[in-house]
Design a binder for this molecule. Structure first.
Ligand SMILES: Cc1cc2nc3c(=O)[nH]c(=O)nc-3n(C[C@H](O)[C@H](O)[C@H](O)COP(=O)(O)OP(=O)(O)OC[C@H]3O[C@@H](n4cnc5c(N)ncnc54)[C@H](O)[C@@H]3O)c2cc1C
Length: 281
């Protein structure tokens, strides 16, 4: 398949990107790594009238780790995150990157593109919600920040306006005990279910935790496990119990990839597995 006709525009900086988006109207789309948009255009699931290519915009490709957390420029590739070292406290990001597509996709696809695309099983979307990241948007009305917990509105739908550009994803708080795991039918596929968790524990006792699931809802789903972990022992049986508790709260959809019941079972297993991995950190 070939895409429907569109006009092509190359932006060189953030200001020019915003000017082009404003001028071209809401049927224009940003082109970053093209790893989601190009297939969607080829299948004619997306028919933008114009593309604003931001791949040569300068100053949006960075990982900055400092006292105020981790800042990731929107054009940073998945591969750059995967190979980053010295991200103490945020190393769940490089550790999870291998789940994102295949190597060539990771070399071209961008962190900002994944967040903007808002696939509810996207690893970066899940981790942004898990770690309570902030999404920084630039537009004709200036810059604004939206918490990741409010950014995702549904399948491929976000709080970003058509004339806004994601410029940065800011992770304010490190999470030393965090893990993401998932199940997909083939290596590199989007997950059927993915589980991202963080844990806090002291002297073999849990003091808190957080669970975010993909593949069970149109958005990355935060599951309430309040109090379930407080004071519980750091053991396999705790993780199994939390997995069951999480699954009991889900009502996932049935589709060609699996039934709702299958997804619930996967969620129980993956949550337990993710907590075991987080606890080992
Ligand atoms: C075979 C295959 C398997 C894949 N598997 C996975 C997977 O397992 N997990 C996963 O997470 N992803 C997967 N992907 C998708 C991949 O991660 C993409 O890189 C990512 O979804 C989009 O990033 P991109 O830079 O390619 O964005 P593009 O494809 O260029 O754009 C995607 C969307 O985001 C918008 N956009 C891009 N950048 C910005 C920005 N800075 N501000 C505002 N809007 C923007 C575009 O307008 C478009 O609507 C897969 C892709 C393929 C082809």
């Amino acid at each position: 398949m070939k895409p429907a006709a569109f006009t092509y525009h190359r932006a060189h900086d953030v200001r020019e990107s915003i000017e082009l988006l404003t001028e071209l109207g809401e049927d224009a789309k940003i082109l970053a790594g093209g790893q989601s948009l190009a297939p969607m255009m080829n299948f004619r699931l997306a028919r933008p009238s114009a593309l604003v290519d931001i791949t040569r915009v300068t100053g949006l490709d960075y990982l900055r780790h400092g006292a105020d957390g981790l800042r990731i420029g929107a054009l940073t590739t998945h591969r750059t995150v995967e190979t980053a070292s010295e991200l103490a406290g945020f190393d769940v990001l490089p550790r999870s990157a291998h789940w994102v597509g295949h190597y060539p996709i990771r070399c071209r696809g961008t962190f900002g593109g994944s967040i903007a695309h808002a696939d509810p099983t996207s690893e970066w979307c899940l981790l942004a919600v898990l770690l309570e990241a902030n999404i920084v948007l630039a537009g004709p009305r200036g810059q604004r920040t939206v918490p990741a917990t409010e950014f995702f509105h549904g399948f491929f739908a976000t709080a970003a306006e058509p004339d806004e550009l994601i410029v940065e994803i800011h992770f304010p708080e490190p999470a030393r005990q965090a893990a993401l795991t998932e199940f997909a039918q083939r290596q590199g596929d989007f997950a059927i279910v993915a589980a991202a968790v963080r844990l806090s524990s002291v002297d073999g006792q849990c003091t808190g935790g957080r669970v975010v699931l993909g593949g069970v809802d149109p958005r990355p789903l935060v599951v309430d496990i309040s109090n379930a972990l407080d004071g519980a022992a750091v053991t396999e049986s705790t993780w199994d119990a939390v997995g069951e508790l999480v699954a009991g709260q889900l009502d996932p959809p049935t589709d060609a990839h699996g039934s709702g019941a299958y997804r619930k079972q996967l969620a129980a297993t993956l949550v337990a597995r993710a907590f075991a991995e987080a606890a080992a950190r």
